[in-house]
Design a binder for this molecule. Structure first.
Ligand code: NAD
Ligand code: GLY
Length: 363
């Protein structure tokens, strides 16, 4: 069964199709390719699993594929340039379509290449990780990392469609599944208390890959993301809540070297730190912080940062964040489970208290 949600953005609106077996049986990828030229971009882990069936399902006469090296460490401008090389070598024009087949790293790189090539060409997101299916493939944020900051180079560029084949999650390693669960928990925390309760009850089913539980969690997450993005595409206000835990998390990713902590793992730690800080500011009861940490722990995710990042280093890394204004760190905090506040500057001594506390609990 296919579930279809819509990102409502006027003439740039697009569908998110969710279901098992969509890569091949449905003909859906083909339906969202307008021109004759298609470049499917994937990586050397996903290609042996899914590239052949995807290529076979595309009927455009001038189709090709490009297989990039796997990993966050390759989410760079050099890699984007490899996509430009492939497009130019084949003389692909402005109505060529890029297809991003893979996790969030592939989706972000390919989306950025699509945003830039000849000032913008269509692309289709075919996410194959839980994290990409619930978050990164939806909403049009594209980009790459800079050695000094995560996702610092990028563009907003919406895909023509998102095609999430839940059957691809069968081959996903457990650690990657758990990283995706971190972003699922995020939606419960920032705007969906009922979903947070559901996760408290059904987390084990999710971790055991129960198809019905996965399908429900993916759809509910995408519904939350679709509502936020449809209301605030360019992150003028509300959309910032999707970054709950991410300022801490990005500091961990940049500070440890890209790829050491998975994005979802870093966000999991960041959500614990952001919850702790919310309590220090008197916004969130201590029992709720404990509930949040407990669920994240049960998901097999880390709840404390790596020992190598002391508070001073953390603060320096957190100073490079897209939510900051005039050099001041602004954070998303929780007012209760299921309700996040818009970004706010926080007293630096309270932020340091959280960082010091977490520095002490390092294992
Ligand atoms: P990833 O893309 O690195 O994928 C994780 C690993 O799983 C990789 O080794 C990948 O090759 C492999 N893989 C992918 N699909 C597989 C499958 N079906 N079976 C087996 N292996 C598979 O990581 P991710 O967690 O998907 O994405 C993280 C990235 O997403 C980060 O760079 C993060 O910044 C970005 N992100 C972007 C947004 C956005 O809005 N654009 C939102 C959240 C995260
Ligand atoms: N993952 C943050 C956003 O899409 O806005």
């Amino acid at each position: 069964m296919v579930k279809t949600l819509t990102i409502d953005l006027g003439d740039r609106s697009y569908p998110i199709h969710i279901g098992a077996g969509l890569l091949t049986a449905s003909g859906l990828i083909d339906r969202h390719i307008a021109g004759r030229q298609v470049l499917v971009v994937t990586n050397d882990v996903v290609a042996p699993l899914y590239l052949d069936p995807v290529m076979a399902s595309i009927t455009a006469p001038d189709k090709a594929s490009l297989v990039l090296p796997d990993g966050e460490a390759f989410k760079t401008l050099d890699t984007v340039n490899r996509i430009f090389d492939a497009l130019l070598e084949r003389r692909y024009s402005r109505n060529a379509t890029l297809v991003a087949l893979g996790g969030g790293v592939i989706g972000d790189i390919v989306g950025f290449a699509a945003a830039c090539y000849q000032r913008g060409i269509p692309f289709v997101q075919v996410p194959t990780t839980l994290l990409a299916q619930v978050d990164s493939s939806v909403g049009g944020k594209t980009g790459v990392n800079h050695p000094l900051g995560k996702n610092m180079i990028g563009a907003f560029h919406q895909p023509r469609a998102v095609i999430a084949d839940t059957a691809t999650l069968d081959t996903l390693p457990d650690r990657e599944l758990r990283a995706g669960v971190a972003e699922v928990i995020k939606y419960g925390l920032i705007r969906d208390a009922e979903f947070f309760h559901w996760l408290e009850t059904n987390l084990d089913r999710l971790l055991q890959r129960d198809p019905a539980a996965l399908a429900f969690a993916i759809e509910r997450s995408c519904r939350n993301k679709a509502e936020v993005v449809s209301a605030d595409e360019r992150e003028v206000g509300l959309r910032a809540i999707l970054n709950f835990g991410h300022t801490f998390g990005h500091a961990i990713e940049t500070g440890c070297g890209y790829g050491k902590f998975l994005h979802g793992e870093a966000v999991a730690v960041g959500m614990c730190q952001a919850a702790d800080l919310s309590a220090r500011l008197g916004l969130l009861p201590a029992e709720d912080v404990a509930r949040i940490v407990r669920l994240i722990e049960r998901a097999g995710l880390p709840t404390v940062p790596p020992a190598e990042l002391d508070s001073e280093r953390f603060l320096r890394l957190m100073a490079v964040d897209k939510k900051n204004v005039d050099g001041r760190i602004r954070l998303i905090l929780l007012e209760e489970i299921g309700r996040a506040a818009l970004p706010q500057a926080v007293p630096v001594e309270l932020l340091k208290a959280t960082l010091d506390e977490y520095g002490r609990t390092v294992v």
